[in-house]
Design a protein around this ligand. Structure first.
Ligand code: SF4
Ligand code: SF4
Length: 108
C-alpha cells in the first residue's frame, strides 16, 4: 500500500508523464478542425501551429466556425476516428507504429 510520501511521488510521476505525452503534440490543429471546419477556440500562430484559447477549460460542448455543435474531449478518446489530414497527428502515428514513440519522445 502507498504511504503519503509514496503517493505524492507517484502523483508527481504521473503528472510528469502526462506532460511528456502532451509535449509530443505537434500543434497541427487537425483534431480541432484546422483543415475542415475549425472550432471557434482554435487560433493559429505565426509559425503555422495552432493553440486552443481555452485549453484548461476546453472539455465540454463547443461550436465550430461553421456552427456545428460538438463535444471537445481528450484527444485519446477520438484517436480511433478520422479527420482531415489526420496523418499529421503524432499520436495516431504512435498507435500505428508503437516503436515510433521512442523517437517521438526524443524529438519533443
Ligand atoms: S475547445 Fe477543444 S476543439 Fe476547440 S480548440 Fe480547444 S481543444 Fe480544440
Ligand atoms: S492532431 Fe494530433 S498532433 Fe495535431 S494538434 Fe491534434 S493531437 Fe496534436
Amino acid at each position: 500500500m502507498l504511504n503519503k510520501t509514496n503517493y505524492s511521488s507517484y502523483r508527481k510521476y504521473l503528472k510528469a508523464k502526462e506532460g511528456q505525452w502532451e509535449d509530443l503534440c505537434r500543434r497541427c490543429g487537425g483534431c480541432c478542425g484546422a483543415y475542415d471546419d475549425p472550432c471557434k477556440h482554435l487560433k493559429s500562430k505565426a509559425d503555422k501551429t495552432f493553440f486552443c484559447t481555452i485549453y484548461r477549460n476546453r472539455l465540454g460542448e463547443r461550436e465550430s466556425v461553421g456552427g456545428e455543435i460538438f463535444d471537445c474531449v481528450q484527444v485519446r478518446k477520438i484517436l480511433h476516428t478520422h479527420w482531415r489530414k489526420d496523418h499529421l497527428c503524432v499520436y495516431k502515428k504512435i498507435i500505428k507504429n508503437p516503436l515510433s514513440a521512442k523517437s517521438a519522445f526524443k524529438k519533443s
